[in-house]
Design a protein around this ligand. Structure first.
Ligand code: ACO
Length: 325
């Protein structure tokens, strides 16, 4: 059975910055509160005429160049997102079209902030069958489209951006194991109320600002720490590893305090934890590939890496891989 190896990583954010001091001008908040409660200093905002497929296009171009692949060789593209360009069609198809991936099929995967981890493990299964040789996984979001900037409890957290990886069939170890979980408990605790099939958008819902993300921040906080910590421990144990054996922990970037608590609870030194939330905030399915992209120079062949995430639904899990280059 072939293994699924990451052979390239890419990332994309726009140049436009929304800083804490910018937010101070439009809502009752301040840099000190946001920094101490979340670790976020600024986020990126995609221009109005760009969407998740533009993140995907940029990332695919990087991945093709870095992995010496031709567009025609790519078999499949999975796009993890909950803020795709349209409800119909899916964004993966659009990315394939824009990037000239003429022989690839594509589909979106929505597991909110856990989307990239779920998509990466899904993609690895396609490679492991032996039928697919090159699969691209994108995780990207335009979260600012769903932010109510009159709601200071949520809108300060999120930004736009994302990244992705090229997965290729190989002999050496790549994606090794994952523990993925979900429950429906989170449905009422983190959502966009209207705009789906249950509550299609109408004028009344628009006026009530039901097209934006709302959340129960405290509940999510506790469950995120538990969910990420427990699945990291489970995946370590199942593979006879301890925290000492792991070179990098790559946590979903929701809140720096959540990340610190996860690291603390599993005895993981922060020097081995990827962290970039200060610059980008929470880009949902985009955070983990953005971390891999930024830390690429510090990753070495054979490094044991654990990705861990928690998101709406709730969805959560941890994935163990060996870095392949
Ligand atoms: N600026 C200033 N004050 C604020 C702000 C703000 N932006 N937001 C809330 N406050 C106030 C509140 O009104 C409250 O005031 P009060 O005491 O007078 O009532 C006070 O600050 C404390 O509010 P809490 O909600 O208790 O603050 P907390 O420390 O829990 O932090 C936060 C809130 C940052 C949302 C935190 O709960 C959190 O990060 N939760 C996780 C949410 C999350 O990550 N969601 C993303 C999606 S899921 C995921 O990615 C894992």
């Amino acid at each position: 059975m072939p293994n699924a190896l990451i052979t390239a990583v890419g990332g994309y954010v726009s140049d436009k910055i929304l800083s804490n001091s910018d937010l101070e001008k439009i809502m009752d908040t301040n840099d000190e509160w946001i920094t101490t409660r979340t670790g976020i200093k600024e986020r990126r905002v995609l221009p109005e005429d760009q969407a998740v497929s533009d993140i995907g296009l940029n990332v695919v171009q990087q991945l093709l160049a870095k992995s010496n692949s031709r567009a025609e060789e790519v078999d499949l593209l999975i796009c993890a997102t909950c803020t795709g360009d349209y409800i119909i069609p899916d964004t993966a198809n659009n990315i394939c079209y824009k990037s000239g991936l003429v022989n690839a099929f594509g589909f979106d995967l929505n597991a909110a902030c856990s989307g990239f981890v779920f998509a990466l493990y899904t993609a690895a299964q396609f490679i492991e069958t032996g039928r697919y040789k090159k699969v691209i996984v994108i995780g990207g979001e335009k979260m600012t489209s769903y932010m109510n900037y009159e709601d200071r409890t949520t809108s300060i957290l999120f930004g736009d951006g994302g990244g992705g990886v090229m997965l290729e069939a190989g002999e050496e170890y790549g994606v090794i194991d994952a523990i993925l979980k979900g429950d429906g408990i989170g449905c009422q605790m983190l959502k966009v109320e209207a705009g789906g099939s249950l509550k299609p958008m109408n004028q009344e819902r628009l006026d009530n600002r039901e097209g934006f993300v709302t959340q129960d921040g405290r509940q999510i906080y506790k469950r995120a720490v538990n969910g990420m910590s427990s699945t990291v421990v489970e995946v370590l144990e199942r593979n006879n590893l301890t925290a000492q054996d792991i070179r990098w922990l790559v946590p979903h970037q929701a809140n720096e305090r959540i990340i610190n608590s996860v690291a603390n609870s599993i005895d993981f030194p922060m020097e081995k934890v990827m962290l970039n939330i200060a610059k980008y905030g929470n880009t949902s399915a985009g955070t983990i590939p953005l971390c891999l992209w930024e830390y690429e120079d510090q990753l070495n062949k054979g490094d044991n890496v654990i990705l861990t995430s928690f998101g709406g639904g709730f969805t959560w899990g941890s994935l163990y891989l060996k870095w392949a280059y």
